[in-house]
Design a protein around this ligand. Sequence first.
Ligand SMILES: Nc1ncnc2c1ncn2[C@@H]1O[C@H](COP(=O)(O)OP(=O)(O)OP(=O)(O)O)[C@@H](O)[C@H]1O
Length: 357
Amino acid sequence: MTASGSSTGRPVFSVRDLWKVFGPKAGRVPGSELADLEPEELRSRTGCTVAVRDISFDVRPGEVFVVMGLSGSGKSTLVRCLTRLIEPTSGTIAIDGEDVCAMDKNALRELRRHRAAMVFQHFGLLPHRTVLDNVAYGLEIQGMAKAQRRAKAAEMVDKVGLGGLELRRPTQLSGGQQQRVGLARALAADPEVLLFDEPFSALDPLIRRDMQDEVVRLHRDEGRTMVFITHDLSEALRVGDRIALLRGGRLVQCGTPEEIVGSPADDYVRDFVRDVPREQVITVRRAMRPAARGEADSGPALGPGTTVADAIELVARDGGPARVVERGRCVGMVDSECLLRVVAGLDGRERIEKAAA
Ligand SMILES: Nc1ncnc2c1ncn2[C@@H]1O[C@H](COP(=O)(O)OP(=O)(O)OP(=O)(O)O)[C@@H](O)[C@H]1O
């Protein structure tokens, strides 16, 4: 999805030098030579496991920030540290500039209920309550009056596409519908950030896709900041404005889908994204070459955020190169050769630097 309007303002979450070590006397591990041991050796010598290793990043207002990695890479631990559902071992976490590590119990409860609500993979719905009451449940805990919370819950049920099913019980719903109830419940609290922990991994592929579209739609409509855990690359690429890729508790790369696919930070990332259809992720901003004399004045025009796949269609239909136009100015050209280079994986950093020069 586009990152438009999502990269300005103070970070919602700001995480610096974060470590989470499980095990006895965990505090001695961060930054020490113990941290350099292989995981197996660290475990046998100290009983400790490093789940999150010296991670820093910002979550910007209005973005979908995806935390991706294979099983055991530290995704859940990292995201749970954000609201101290898991206590970090060291490092700092701020929400809107406020130190999360300094919050007392009440402030933490407020944080989890109102500011950064979590949508879990297992929806935790109350089986004997209706859809409407499940959605209203969080509001009930907050002490909202009955009529008001039912009205608010009804609005959220509609918003996630469950209008008409208000009086059903969770067992009378499909997995996808249950997940929508979980989503509506989190939305009802109107949190500044929604944290999703692999919310759709239990769903079958078609429903899963539906729910991904739902998240993208909600994000577009409301501009709500979201942190989204997944181990599925295609899901990360579909919903993410930026992706943080974890490996063994380390942050190996953090960037837009285009940066991750187009400029993998190392061989691990390169391998990870090897099968991604590059033309669907890479935009003409990366693919373009400088305009030759006279070229910039006429011919078909594309925005710099156009995918290479869409540009191929236009260039193939038109037969000639297309101009890349940003704010009325031609910033480069794409022709069949530079578009094909992307498909073939031959577009390198040097090329972009050359184009920008
Ligand atoms: N309570 C715990 N005690 C000890 N080790 C733990 C604990 N929780 C997690 N770990 C370890 O920390 C590492 C990261 O786990 P985590 O659950 O964060 O990974 P993940 O990427 O979310 O995995 P998955 O996709 O399988 O949920 C793993 O090696 C895991 O075994």
